[in-house]
Design a protein around this ligand. Structure first.
Ligand code: GCB
Length: 602
Protein backbone atom coordinates (compact mmCIF):
# COMPACT_ATOMS: atom_id res chain seq x y z
CA UNK A 1 0.00 0.00 0.00
CA UNK A 2 2.97 2.32 0.49
CA UNK A 3 1.38 3.99 3.51
CA UNK A 4 3.47 6.74 5.04
CA UNK A 5 3.67 7.12 8.78
CA UNK A 6 2.41 10.33 10.26
CA UNK A 7 4.89 12.18 12.44
CA UNK A 8 2.74 11.34 15.44
CA UNK A 9 2.81 7.64 14.67
CA UNK A 10 6.59 7.77 14.75
CA UNK A 11 6.58 9.43 18.13
CA UNK A 12 8.75 7.29 20.33
CA UNK A 13 8.11 6.43 23.95
CA UNK A 14 5.19 8.09 25.68
CA UNK A 15 3.68 7.97 29.13
CA UNK A 16 3.19 4.46 30.39
CA UNK A 17 1.62 3.78 33.74
CA UNK A 18 3.21 0.89 35.58
CA UNK A 19 1.14 -1.43 37.75
CA UNK A 20 -2.22 -0.46 36.27
CA UNK A 21 -3.75 -3.68 37.55
CA UNK A 22 -2.88 -2.57 41.09
CA UNK A 23 -4.18 0.99 40.99
CA UNK A 24 -7.14 2.25 42.95
CA UNK A 25 -9.20 4.20 40.44
CA UNK A 26 -9.47 2.04 37.34
CA UNK A 27 -12.62 1.69 35.24
CA UNK A 28 -12.60 -1.13 32.76
CA UNK A 29 -13.71 -0.28 29.24
CA UNK A 30 -13.67 -3.93 28.24
CA UNK A 31 -16.86 -5.21 26.68
CA UNK A 32 -18.77 -4.53 23.47
CA UNK A 33 -17.40 -1.87 21.15
CA UNK A 34 -19.05 -0.89 17.87
CA UNK A 35 -16.84 -1.45 14.87
CA UNK A 36 -16.60 -0.47 11.22
CA UNK A 37 -14.10 -1.92 8.80
CA UNK A 38 -12.09 0.58 6.77
CA UNK A 39 -11.25 -1.52 3.72
CA UNK A 40 -8.47 -0.57 1.27
CA UNK A 41 -7.56 2.13 0.42
CA UNK A 42 -8.20 2.90 4.13
CA UNK A 43 -9.50 6.41 3.52
CA UNK A 44 -11.34 6.62 6.82
CA UNK A 45 -7.97 6.47 8.61
CA UNK A 46 -5.54 7.99 6.11
CA UNK A 47 -5.89 10.96 3.80
CA UNK A 48 -4.71 10.63 0.21
CA UNK A 49 -1.25 11.83 1.28
CA UNK A 50 -1.00 9.26 4.04
CA UNK A 51 -1.62 11.63 6.96
CA UNK A 52 -3.98 10.58 9.73
CA UNK A 53 -7.53 11.58 8.84
CA UNK A 54 -8.90 13.50 11.80
CA UNK A 55 -12.14 14.27 9.95
CA UNK A 56 -13.14 10.72 9.05
CA UNK A 57 -14.75 8.10 11.29
CA UNK A 58 -13.02 9.84 14.17
CA UNK A 59 -15.82 12.41 14.05
CA UNK A 60 -18.36 9.76 15.05
CA UNK A 61 -21.16 11.62 13.31
CA UNK A 62 -24.49 10.03 12.46
CA UNK A 63 -26.21 10.21 9.11
CA UNK A 64 -29.34 12.31 9.14
CA UNK A 65 -31.61 10.51 6.72
CA UNK A 66 -34.32 13.15 7.00
CA UNK A 67 -32.33 15.87 5.25
CA UNK A 68 -29.85 16.09 2.41
CA UNK A 69 -28.18 16.41 0.12
CA UNK A 70 -25.07 14.93 1.74
CA UNK A 71 -24.41 12.74 4.75
CA UNK A 72 -21.37 10.99 6.12
CA UNK A 73 -21.78 7.38 5.10
CA UNK A 74 -20.94 5.54 8.26
CA UNK A 75 -22.63 5.12 11.62
CA UNK A 76 -21.16 3.52 14.70
CA UNK A 77 -24.43 3.71 16.63
CA UNK A 78 -26.05 1.06 14.45
CA UNK A 79 -22.85 -0.88 13.69
CA UNK A 80 -22.23 -4.40 15.04
CA UNK A 81 -19.96 -4.97 18.02
CA UNK A 82 -16.71 -6.74 18.83
CA UNK A 83 -15.58 -7.89 22.25
CA UNK A 84 -12.67 -5.98 23.72
CA UNK A 85 -10.19 -7.33 24.52
CA UNK A 86 -10.09 -9.56 21.49
CA UNK A 87 -8.67 -9.89 18.03
CA UNK A 88 -11.15 -9.29 15.22
CA UNK A 89 -10.00 -12.39 13.31
CA UNK A 90 -11.61 -14.97 15.54
CA UNK A 91 -14.77 -12.97 16.24
CA UNK A 92 -16.03 -12.32 12.71
CA UNK A 93 -15.59 -15.11 10.14
CA UNK A 94 -15.28 -12.62 7.25
CA UNK A 95 -12.39 -10.92 9.05
CA UNK A 96 -10.41 -14.08 9.73
CA UNK A 97 -7.61 -13.21 7.32
CA UNK A 98 -8.11 -9.45 7.38
CA UNK A 99 -4.88 -7.47 7.76
CA UNK A 100 -6.12 -3.93 7.38
CA UNK A 101 -7.77 -1.07 9.24
CA UNK A 102 -10.73 -1.35 11.58
CA UNK A 103 -12.35 1.33 13.72
CA UNK A 104 -13.74 0.79 17.19
CA UNK A 105 -16.14 3.10 19.00
CA UNK A 106 -17.48 3.11 22.51
CA UNK A 107 -19.51 5.55 24.62
CA UNK A 108 -18.76 5.86 28.29
CA UNK A 109 -19.95 7.92 31.20
CA UNK A 110 -17.54 9.67 33.47
CA UNK A 111 -17.31 12.53 35.93
CA UNK A 112 -13.91 14.23 35.81
CA UNK A 113 -12.75 15.16 39.31
CA UNK A 114 -10.84 18.37 39.73
CA UNK A 115 -7.22 17.94 40.73
CA UNK A 116 -6.95 14.59 38.96
CA UNK A 117 -5.60 13.32 35.66
CA UNK A 118 -7.20 10.58 33.60
CA UNK A 119 -5.52 8.22 31.15
CA UNK A 120 -6.83 5.72 28.68
CA UNK A 121 -4.71 2.62 29.20
CA UNK A 122 -4.45 0.13 26.35
CA UNK A 123 -2.81 -3.19 27.15
CA UNK A 124 -1.97 -3.78 23.48
CA UNK A 125 -3.41 -2.97 20.05
CA UNK A 126 -1.97 -4.61 16.96
CA UNK A 127 -0.23 -3.01 15.11
CA UNK A 128 -0.68 0.76 14.94
CA UNK A 129 -3.41 2.67 16.67
CA UNK A 130 -4.80 6.19 16.53
CA UNK A 131 -7.10 7.36 19.26
CA UNK A 132 -9.68 10.13 19.47
CA UNK A 133 -11.77 11.03 22.47
CA UNK A 134 -14.69 13.39 21.89
CA UNK A 135 -13.21 14.03 18.39
CA UNK A 136 -9.80 15.10 19.65
CA UNK A 137 -6.84 12.91 18.72
CA UNK A 138 -5.25 12.00 22.03
CA UNK A 139 -2.49 9.68 20.91
CA UNK A 140 -0.96 7.37 18.36
CA UNK A 141 1.01 4.24 19.05
CA UNK A 142 3.00 1.78 17.03
CA UNK A 143 3.76 -1.74 18.22
CA UNK A 144 1.33 -4.59 18.69
CA UNK A 145 2.42 -6.11 21.98
CA UNK A 146 3.17 -3.41 24.51
CA UNK A 147 0.93 -1.15 26.60
CA UNK A 148 0.50 2.60 26.32
CA UNK A 149 -1.50 5.40 27.90
CA UNK A 150 -3.20 8.40 26.35
CA UNK A 151 -3.87 11.36 28.59
CA UNK A 152 -7.52 12.44 28.55
CA UNK A 153 -7.34 15.16 31.18
CA UNK A 154 -9.16 18.23 29.84
CA UNK A 155 -10.73 16.22 27.02
CA UNK A 156 -13.39 14.52 29.12
CA UNK A 157 -16.58 16.15 30.32
CA UNK A 158 -19.20 15.10 32.83
CA UNK A 159 -21.74 12.70 31.34
CA UNK A 160 -21.43 10.80 28.10
CA UNK A 161 -18.10 10.76 26.22
CA UNK A 162 -16.90 8.64 23.34
CA UNK A 163 -13.67 7.11 22.17
CA UNK A 164 -12.86 6.11 18.59
CA UNK A 165 -9.81 3.97 17.87
CA UNK A 166 -8.52 3.19 14.40
CA UNK A 167 -6.34 0.07 14.48
CA UNK A 168 -4.18 -0.73 11.47
CA UNK A 169 -2.90 -4.30 11.27
CA UNK A 170 -1.14 -3.88 7.92
CA UNK A 171 2.35 -5.31 7.94
CA UNK A 172 5.03 -2.68 7.46
CA UNK A 173 8.38 -3.20 5.84
CA UNK A 174 9.80 -0.82 8.43
CA UNK A 175 7.77 -2.27 11.28
CA UNK A 176 8.85 -4.38 14.22
CA UNK A 177 8.38 -7.15 13.19
CA UNK A 178 8.73 -6.45 9.48
CA UNK A 179 6.45 -8.11 6.90
CA UNK A 180 7.67 -11.71 7.29
CA UNK A 181 7.03 -13.75 10.42
CA UNK A 182 5.84 -17.20 11.37
CA UNK A 183 2.80 -16.44 13.48
CA UNK A 184 -0.71 -15.19 12.91
CA UNK A 185 -1.29 -11.47 12.56
CA UNK A 186 -4.20 -11.05 14.97
CA UNK A 187 -5.48 -7.47 14.62
CA UNK A 188 -7.36 -5.18 16.96
CA UNK A 189 -7.60 -4.20 20.59
CA UNK A 190 -6.18 -7.46 21.76
CA UNK A 191 -5.72 -6.65 25.47
CA UNK A 192 -7.61 -4.87 28.26
CA UNK A 193 -8.66 -1.24 27.89
CA UNK A 194 -9.33 0.93 30.91
CA UNK A 195 -9.61 4.46 32.26
CA UNK A 196 -7.17 5.24 35.01
CA UNK A 197 -7.60 8.28 37.24
CA UNK A 198 -4.69 9.51 39.33
CA UNK A 199 -3.91 12.63 41.38
CA UNK A 200 -2.32 15.61 39.60
CA UNK A 201 1.11 14.46 40.74
CA UNK A 202 1.24 10.69 40.69
CA UNK A 203 3.48 7.64 40.69
CA UNK A 204 3.73 6.60 37.05
CA UNK A 205 6.75 4.32 37.30
CA UNK A 206 8.77 2.46 39.92
CA UNK A 207 11.40 -0.19 40.28
CA UNK A 208 11.82 -2.10 43.52
CA UNK A 209 14.45 -4.83 43.47
CA UNK A 210 17.10 -6.64 45.46
CA UNK A 211 20.20 -4.45 45.30
CA UNK A 212 22.37 -5.89 42.55
CA UNK A 213 25.94 -4.98 43.41
CA UNK A 214 28.81 -7.04 42.05
CA UNK A 215 29.34 -8.16 45.63
CA UNK A 216 25.85 -9.57 46.21
CA UNK A 217 25.90 -12.63 48.46
CA UNK A 218 23.06 -14.74 49.80
CA UNK A 219 22.06 -13.01 53.02
CA UNK A 220 22.32 -9.49 51.57
CA UNK A 221 18.80 -8.16 51.90
CA UNK A 222 19.26 -4.62 50.76
CA UNK A 223 16.44 -3.43 48.47
CA UNK A 224 16.86 -0.50 46.14
CA UNK A 225 15.29 1.25 43.19
CA UNK A 226 13.29 4.35 42.47
CA UNK A 227 9.79 5.72 42.49
CA UNK A 228 9.04 8.24 39.77
CA UNK A 229 6.43 10.87 40.48
CA UNK A 230 5.10 12.59 37.39
CA UNK A 231 4.20 16.22 37.86
CA UNK A 232 5.88 16.53 41.25
CA UNK A 233 8.18 19.36 42.27
CA UNK A 234 11.72 18.34 43.18
CA UNK A 235 11.89 17.41 46.84
CA UNK A 236 8.50 15.64 46.92
CA UNK A 237 8.43 12.90 49.50
CA UNK A 238 7.86 9.23 48.60
CA UNK A 239 7.39 6.30 50.95
CA UNK A 240 8.16 2.66 50.24
CA UNK A 241 6.66 0.22 52.72
CA UNK A 242 6.99 -3.57 52.71
CA UNK A 243 5.54 -4.54 56.09
CA UNK A 244 6.10 -8.30 55.88
CA UNK A 245 9.78 -7.79 55.00
CA UNK A 246 10.04 -5.13 57.69
CA UNK A 247 11.36 -2.61 55.24
CA UNK A 248 10.17 0.96 55.18
CA UNK A 249 11.86 4.08 53.92
CA UNK A 250 11.25 7.53 52.56
CA UNK A 251 13.02 9.39 49.82
CA UNK A 252 12.57 12.64 47.94
CA UNK A 253 12.30 13.27 44.23
CA UNK A 254 15.08 14.87 42.22
CA UNK A 255 14.61 17.36 39.37
CA UNK A 256 13.51 14.51 37.03
CA UNK A 257 10.89 13.28 39.50
CA UNK A 258 12.86 10.21 40.60
CA UNK A 259 13.06 9.33 44.28
CA UNK A 260 15.89 6.84 44.64
CA UNK A 261 15.94 4.68 47.71
CA UNK A 262 17.80 1.92 49.40
CA UNK A 263 16.55 0.05 52.43
CA UNK A 264 17.55 -3.06 54.31
CA UNK A 265 14.82 -5.65 54.73
CA UNK A 266 14.92 -7.08 58.22
CA UNK A 267 13.20 -10.26 57.11
CA UNK A 268 13.31 -11.48 53.51
CA UNK A 269 12.71 -14.76 51.70
CA UNK A 270 14.03 -14.66 48.19
CA UNK A 271 11.86 -15.52 45.20
CA UNK A 272 12.67 -18.77 43.38
CA UNK A 273 10.74 -21.43 41.46
CA UNK A 274 10.68 -23.55 44.63
CA UNK A 275 9.42 -20.69 46.74
CA UNK A 276 7.87 -17.90 44.65
CA UNK A 277 7.42 -15.52 47.55
CA UNK A 278 5.83 -12.15 46.73
CA UNK A 279 5.57 -9.19 49.10
CA UNK A 280 2.98 -6.47 49.22
CA UNK A 281 4.87 -3.28 48.42
CA UNK A 282 3.04 -0.04 49.11
CA UNK A 283 4.28 3.10 47.42
CA UNK A 284 2.89 6.47 48.33
CA UNK A 285 3.47 10.08 47.50
CA UNK A 286 1.06 12.88 48.42
CA UNK A 287 -2.42 11.52 47.82
CA UNK A 288 -1.24 8.80 45.45
CA UNK A 289 -0.80 5.31 46.78
CA UNK A 290 -0.60 1.86 45.22
CA UNK A 291 0.24 -1.62 46.40
CA UNK A 292 2.01 -4.02 44.06
CA UNK A 293 3.11 -7.60 44.75
CA UNK A 294 6.80 -8.00 44.15
CA UNK A 295 9.32 -10.81 44.59
CA UNK A 296 13.03 -10.30 45.23
CA UNK A 297 15.81 -12.38 43.76
CA UNK A 298 19.27 -12.08 42.29
CA UNK A 299 20.14 -13.33 38.82
CA UNK A 300 23.63 -13.20 37.33
CA UNK A 301 26.10 -15.20 35.31
CA UNK A 302 29.36 -16.59 36.57
CA UNK A 303 31.50 -17.98 33.76
CA UNK A 304 29.24 -20.46 32.00
CA UNK A 305 26.85 -20.75 34.94
CA UNK A 306 23.58 -18.93 35.59
CA UNK A 307 23.14 -18.16 39.27
CA UNK A 308 19.75 -17.58 40.84
CA UNK A 309 20.22 -16.27 44.37
CA UNK A 310 23.81 -17.49 44.21
CA UNK A 311 22.83 -21.04 43.22
CA UNK A 312 23.46 -22.54 39.78
CA UNK A 313 20.27 -23.26 37.82
CA UNK A 314 19.41 -25.16 34.68
CA UNK A 315 16.52 -23.69 32.74
CA UNK A 316 14.00 -26.39 31.88
CA UNK A 317 12.05 -24.44 29.41
CA UNK A 318 9.67 -24.34 26.53
CA UNK A 319 8.69 -21.77 23.91
CA UNK A 320 5.21 -20.32 23.93
CA UNK A 321 3.21 -18.06 21.62
CA UNK A 322 0.45 -15.81 22.94
CA UNK A 323 -2.29 -17.82 21.29
CA UNK A 324 -5.14 -19.13 23.39
CA UNK A 325 -5.24 -22.90 23.68
CA UNK A 326 -8.45 -24.57 22.56
CA UNK A 327 -10.45 -21.48 21.54
CA UNK A 328 -7.63 -19.95 19.41
CA UNK A 329 -7.15 -16.19 19.05
CA UNK A 330 -4.91 -13.94 21.10
CA UNK A 331 -4.45 -15.08 24.68
CA UNK A 332 -5.65 -12.31 26.97
CA UNK A 333 -7.59 -13.56 29.97
CA UNK A 334 -7.08 -15.31 33.29
CA UNK A 335 -8.31 -18.62 31.95
CA UNK A 336 -5.78 -18.57 29.09
CA UNK A 337 -2.96 -17.89 31.53
CA UNK A 338 -4.14 -20.62 33.91
CA UNK A 339 -4.38 -23.17 31.09
CA UNK A 340 -0.91 -22.38 29.76
CA UNK A 341 0.73 -22.48 33.17
CA UNK A 342 -1.03 -25.79 33.81
CA UNK A 343 0.72 -27.22 30.73
CA UNK A 344 4.07 -25.77 31.85
CA UNK A 345 3.76 -27.40 35.27
CA UNK A 346 2.73 -30.68 33.68
CA UNK A 347 5.88 -30.54 31.54
CA UNK A 348 7.96 -29.96 34.71
CA UNK A 349 9.27 -26.72 33.22
CA UNK A 350 10.75 -24.04 35.47
CA UNK A 351 11.12 -21.50 32.70
CA UNK A 352 9.20 -20.20 29.69
CA UNK A 353 10.35 -18.23 26.67
CA UNK A 354 7.48 -15.92 25.79
CA UNK A 355 7.85 -15.65 22.02
CA UNK A 356 8.48 -13.49 20.04
CA UNK A 357 6.99 -10.37 21.62
CA UNK A 358 5.84 -9.33 25.10
CA UNK A 359 2.77 -11.31 26.15
CA UNK A 360 -0.24 -10.16 28.20
CA UNK A 361 0.80 -8.90 31.64
CA UNK A 362 -1.23 -11.72 33.18
CA UNK A 363 1.45 -14.09 31.95
CA UNK A 364 4.28 -12.43 33.84
CA UNK A 365 2.06 -11.90 36.89
CA UNK A 366 1.17 -15.60 36.84
CA UNK A 367 4.82 -16.54 36.32
CA UNK A 368 5.64 -14.52 39.45
CA UNK A 369 3.03 -16.37 41.46
CA UNK A 370 3.71 -19.82 40.02
CA UNK A 371 7.50 -19.68 40.18
CA UNK A 372 8.23 -19.98 36.46
CA UNK A 373 11.21 -17.96 35.20
CA UNK A 374 10.64 -15.92 32.02
CA UNK A 375 12.50 -14.88 28.87
CA UNK A 376 10.72 -11.84 27.43
CA UNK A 377 11.44 -10.68 23.89
CA UNK A 378 10.79 -7.77 21.56
CA UNK A 379 9.82 -8.66 17.99
CA UNK A 380 13.13 -7.90 16.27
CA UNK A 381 12.49 -10.96 14.19
CA UNK A 382 14.21 -12.00 10.95
CA UNK A 383 14.55 -9.11 8.47
CA UNK A 384 14.28 -5.79 10.24
CA UNK A 385 15.28 -2.53 8.48
CA UNK A 386 18.34 -2.29 10.72
CA UNK A 387 19.88 0.58 8.78
CA UNK A 388 17.09 3.04 9.47
CA UNK A 389 17.26 5.29 12.54
CA UNK A 390 13.46 5.56 12.67
CA UNK A 391 13.20 1.78 12.91
CA UNK A 392 15.75 1.82 15.73
CA UNK A 393 13.56 4.41 17.49
CA UNK A 394 10.56 2.07 17.28
CA UNK A 395 12.53 -0.86 18.60
CA UNK A 396 13.96 1.20 21.41
CA UNK A 397 10.45 2.37 22.37
CA UNK A 398 9.25 -1.25 22.48
CA UNK A 399 12.21 -2.28 24.59
CA UNK A 400 11.44 0.48 27.07
CA UNK A 401 7.74 -0.39 27.16
CA UNK A 402 8.58 -4.04 27.80
CA UNK A 403 11.11 -3.29 30.54
CA UNK A 404 8.99 -0.66 32.16
CA UNK A 405 5.92 -2.87 32.37
CA UNK A 406 7.70 -5.94 33.71
CA UNK A 407 10.78 -4.79 35.58
CA UNK A 408 9.05 -5.39 38.91
CA UNK A 409 8.39 -9.05 38.05
CA UNK A 410 10.88 -11.34 39.75
CA UNK A 411 10.06 -14.11 37.28
CA UNK A 412 11.51 -12.20 34.33
CA UNK A 413 15.23 -12.93 34.30
CA UNK A 414 16.13 -12.43 30.64
CA UNK A 415 15.43 -9.58 28.24
CA UNK A 416 15.75 -10.86 24.69
CA UNK A 417 16.68 -8.38 21.99
CA UNK A 418 16.02 -10.44 18.88
CA UNK A 419 15.32 -13.72 17.14
CA UNK A 420 17.20 -15.08 14.11
CA UNK A 421 18.72 -11.95 12.66
CA UNK A 422 21.37 -12.16 9.95
CA UNK A 423 24.99 -11.47 10.86
CA UNK A 424 25.43 -8.05 9.27
CA UNK A 425 27.27 -5.03 10.71
CA UNK A 426 24.11 -2.89 10.73
CA UNK A 427 22.26 -5.60 12.65
CA UNK A 428 24.99 -5.85 15.24
CA UNK A 429 25.19 -2.07 15.65
CA UNK A 430 21.42 -1.84 16.06
CA UNK A 431 21.33 -4.57 18.69
CA UNK A 432 24.41 -3.18 20.45
CA UNK A 433 22.49 0.06 20.90
CA UNK A 434 19.53 -1.81 22.36
CA UNK A 435 21.74 -3.90 24.64
CA UNK A 436 23.31 -0.72 26.03
CA UNK A 437 19.89 0.84 26.59
CA UNK A 438 18.57 -2.29 28.28
CA UNK A 439 21.57 -2.47 30.61
CA UNK A 440 21.28 1.17 31.46
CA UNK A 441 17.57 0.90 32.20
CA UNK A 442 17.85 -2.37 34.04
CA UNK A 443 21.27 -3.53 35.19
CA UNK A 444 19.69 -6.26 37.33
CA UNK A 445 18.78 -8.64 34.53
CA UNK A 446 20.54 -10.66 31.85
CA UNK A 447 20.49 -9.88 28.15
CA UNK A 448 20.01 -12.55 25.52
CA UNK A 449 19.04 -13.15 21.89
CA UNK A 450 18.18 -16.23 19.86
CA UNK A 451 20.67 -16.74 17.03
CA UNK A 452 20.68 -19.01 14.01
CA UNK A 453 23.97 -18.01 12.40
CA UNK A 454 25.68 -21.29 13.14
CA UNK A 455 27.50 -23.15 10.37
CA UNK A 456 28.75 -26.70 9.79
CA UNK A 457 32.30 -27.73 9.01
CA UNK A 458 32.72 -31.46 8.68
CA UNK A 459 31.26 -32.93 11.83
CA UNK A 460 31.48 -29.63 13.65
CA UNK A 461 28.86 -27.03 14.39
CA UNK A 462 30.25 -23.54 14.87
CA UNK A 463 28.57 -20.45 16.24
CA UNK A 464 30.66 -17.36 15.66
CA UNK A 465 28.70 -14.16 15.60
CA UNK A 466 29.73 -10.77 17.03
CA UNK A 467 26.27 -10.51 18.55
CA UNK A 468 27.27 -13.11 21.14
CA UNK A 469 29.80 -10.62 22.59
CA UNK A 470 26.91 -8.34 23.54
CA UNK A 471 24.97 -10.99 25.41
CA UNK A 472 25.11 -12.42 28.92
CA UNK A 473 23.40 -15.62 27.83
CA UNK A 474 23.58 -16.93 24.25
CA UNK A 475 20.50 -18.53 22.69
CA UNK A 476 20.69 -20.62 19.53
CA UNK A 477 17.93 -22.11 17.39
CA UNK A 478 18.63 -25.25 15.38
CA UNK A 479 16.36 -27.76 13.70
CA UNK A 480 18.63 -30.72 13.07
CA UNK A 481 16.59 -33.40 11.36
CA UNK A 482 13.85 -31.03 10.27
CA UNK A 483 15.23 -28.06 8.29
CA UNK A 484 18.70 -29.46 7.74
CA UNK A 485 21.29 -31.98 8.89
CA UNK A 486 20.41 -35.58 9.55
CA UNK A 487 18.60 -36.38 12.78
CA UNK A 488 21.36 -38.78 13.80
CA UNK A 489 24.06 -36.13 13.19
CA UNK A 490 23.01 -34.76 16.56
CA UNK A 491 24.65 -37.80 18.22
CA UNK A 492 28.10 -36.98 16.92
CA UNK A 493 28.20 -33.25 16.16
CA UNK A 494 30.81 -31.29 18.09
CA UNK A 495 29.86 -27.75 18.91
CA UNK A 496 32.19 -24.77 19.11
CA UNK A 497 30.24 -22.19 21.08
CA UNK A 498 31.03 -19.00 22.97
CA UNK A 499 32.23 -19.51 26.53
CA UNK A 500 29.04 -18.15 28.00
CA UNK A 501 25.91 -19.74 29.43
CA UNK A 502 24.18 -21.24 26.43
CA UNK A 503 20.52 -22.02 25.83
CA UNK A 504 19.23 -24.13 22.98
CA UNK A 505 16.45 -21.64 22.42
CA UNK A 506 14.65 -23.64 19.71
CA UNK A 507 14.72 -27.18 18.35
CA UNK A 508 12.02 -29.56 17.22
CA UNK A 509 9.98 -30.83 14.31
CA UNK A 510 6.41 -30.85 13.08
CA UNK A 511 3.94 -33.63 13.83
CA UNK A 512 0.22 -33.75 13.30
CA UNK A 513 -1.42 -35.15 16.42
CA UNK A 514 -2.54 -38.72 15.79
CA UNK A 515 -0.50 -39.05 12.60
CA UNK A 516 1.54 -42.23 13.02
CA UNK A 517 4.18 -43.93 10.94
CA UNK A 518 7.87 -44.83 10.80
CA UNK A 519 10.45 -42.35 12.13
CA UNK A 520 11.50 -41.61 8.57
CA UNK A 521 8.08 -40.25 7.72
CA UNK A 522 7.61 -36.51 8.19
CA UNK A 523 4.76 -35.04 10.23
CA UNK A 524 4.41 -38.22 12.28
CA UNK A 525 4.50 -38.15 16.07
CA UNK A 526 7.13 -40.88 15.84
CA UNK A 527 9.51 -38.75 13.79
CA UNK A 528 9.07 -35.74 16.07
CA UNK A 529 9.80 -37.92 19.11
CA UNK A 530 12.81 -39.48 17.37
CA UNK A 531 14.29 -36.06 16.66
CA UNK A 532 13.83 -35.10 20.33
CA UNK A 533 15.61 -38.25 21.49
CA UNK A 534 18.64 -37.45 19.36
CA UNK A 535 18.63 -33.85 20.51
CA UNK A 536 18.90 -35.07 24.10
CA UNK A 537 21.97 -37.11 23.19
CA UNK A 538 23.55 -33.96 21.76
CA UNK A 539 22.62 -31.76 24.72
CA UNK A 540 24.54 -34.02 27.10
CA UNK A 541 27.75 -33.06 25.25
CA UNK A 542 27.47 -29.26 25.40
CA UNK A 543 29.31 -28.08 28.54
CA UNK A 544 27.90 -24.52 28.36
CA UNK A 545 24.30 -25.73 28.12
CA UNK A 546 22.19 -24.00 30.78
CA UNK A 547 18.75 -24.38 29.25
CA UNK A 548 16.72 -26.15 26.60
CA UNK A 549 13.65 -24.77 24.91
CA UNK A 550 11.64 -27.05 22.63
CA UNK A 551 9.90 -25.27 19.80
CA UNK A 552 7.05 -25.06 20.80
CA UNK A 553 4.54 -25.87 23.56
CA UNK A 554 1.40 -25.73 21.39
CA UNK A 555 0.69 -25.90 17.69
CA UNK A 556 -0.03 -22.33 16.57
CA UNK A 557 -1.60 -20.58 13.60
CA UNK A 558 0.67 -19.28 10.91
CA UNK A 559 -0.37 -18.03 7.50
CA UNK A 560 2.70 -19.63 5.95
CA UNK A 561 1.82 -23.24 6.87
CA UNK A 562 -0.42 -24.46 4.12
CA UNK A 563 -0.12 -28.20 3.62
CA UNK A 564 -3.71 -29.42 3.80
CA UNK A 565 -4.49 -32.03 6.46
CA UNK A 566 -0.96 -31.98 7.91
CA UNK A 567 -0.88 -28.28 8.67
CA UNK A 568 -4.13 -26.53 7.71
CA UNK A 569 -2.70 -23.14 8.57
CA UNK A 570 -0.88 -24.30 11.72
CA UNK A 571 2.76 -24.65 12.57
CA UNK A 572 2.63 -28.19 13.96
CA UNK A 573 5.82 -28.20 16.01
CA UNK A 574 3.84 -28.21 19.26
CA UNK A 575 4.50 -30.74 21.97
CA UNK A 576 0.75 -30.36 22.34
CA UNK A 577 -1.85 -29.86 19.64
CA UNK A 578 -3.53 -26.45 19.57
CA UNK A 579 -6.32 -27.89 21.73
CA UNK A 580 -3.88 -29.14 24.35
CA UNK A 581 -3.56 -32.86 23.54
CA UNK A 582 -0.15 -34.40 24.09
CA UNK A 583 2.04 -35.77 21.34
CA UNK A 584 4.73 -38.38 21.99
CA UNK A 585 7.48 -35.74 22.14
CA UNK A 586 5.77 -34.11 25.14
CA UNK A 587 6.43 -37.19 27.25
CA UNK A 588 10.11 -37.24 26.29
CA UNK A 589 10.68 -33.70 27.54
CA UNK A 590 8.38 -34.20 30.53
CA UNK A 591 10.49 -37.17 31.66
CA UNK A 592 13.84 -35.49 30.95
CA UNK A 593 12.77 -32.45 32.98
CA UNK A 594 11.35 -34.55 35.80
CA UNK A 595 14.45 -36.69 36.13
CA UNK A 596 16.85 -33.81 35.44
CA UNK A 597 18.59 -35.86 32.78
CA UNK A 598 19.03 -32.88 30.46
CA UNK A 599 21.81 -30.43 31.27
CA UNK A 600 23.47 -29.76 34.57
CA UNK A 601 23.47 -26.42 36.34
CA UNK A 602 27.13 -26.56 37.39
C1 GCB B 1 12.27 -20.50 13.91
C2 GCB B 1 11.61 -19.28 14.40
C3 GCB B 1 10.20 -19.57 14.84
C4 GCB B 1 9.53 -20.46 13.81
C5 GCB B 1 10.26 -21.77 13.78
C6 GCB B 1 9.71 -22.75 12.75
O1 GCB B 1 13.45 -20.63 13.86
O2 GCB B 1 12.32 -18.64 15.40
O3 GCB B 1 9.51 -18.37 15.01
O4 GCB B 1 8.18 -20.63 14.06
O5 GCB B 1 11.59 -21.54 13.44
O6 GCB B 1 8.82 -23.50 13.08
O7 GCB B 1 10.15 -22.70 11.61
Amino acid sequence: MGLTLSAAAQQPFQTLLVGVDHRADVTSLNGDWHYLVDYPPFRALYTGSGAINDRGYAMNSHPDITSGPHNDEYDFATAPTLKVPGDWNTQVPQLFNYEGVLFYERDFDTTPKSGTRTFLHIGAANYRSHIWVNRKRVCDHEGGFTPFDCELTGVLHAGSNFVVIGVDANRLQDGIPSVGYDWFNYGGLTRDVSLVTVPAAFIDDYDVHLAHGSSWQPGNTELSGYVHVLGAAAGTSVTVDIPEARARTSATTDAEGNARFSVKAARLSLWSPDSPKLYKVTLSSGTDRLTDEIGFRDIRVDGIRILLNGKAVFLKRVNLHAEAPIRGGRANNDQDAATMFGYLKDLNANFVRLCHYPHDERMTRTADREGIMVWSEIPNYWDISFKKPEVYAKSSAMLKEMIRRDRNKASVILWSLSNETGNKPERTKFLAGLAAEARQMDPTRLITSALNTDRREGGKGILEDPLTDLLDVVGMNEYMGWYGDKTEDADTIQWTLPQKPFIMSEFGAEARLGNHGPVTRRWTEEQQAYIYKHQLVMFAKIPQLRGTTPWVLLDFRSTTRNIPILQDGYNRKGLLSDDGRKKQAFFIMQKAYKENTVGKPE
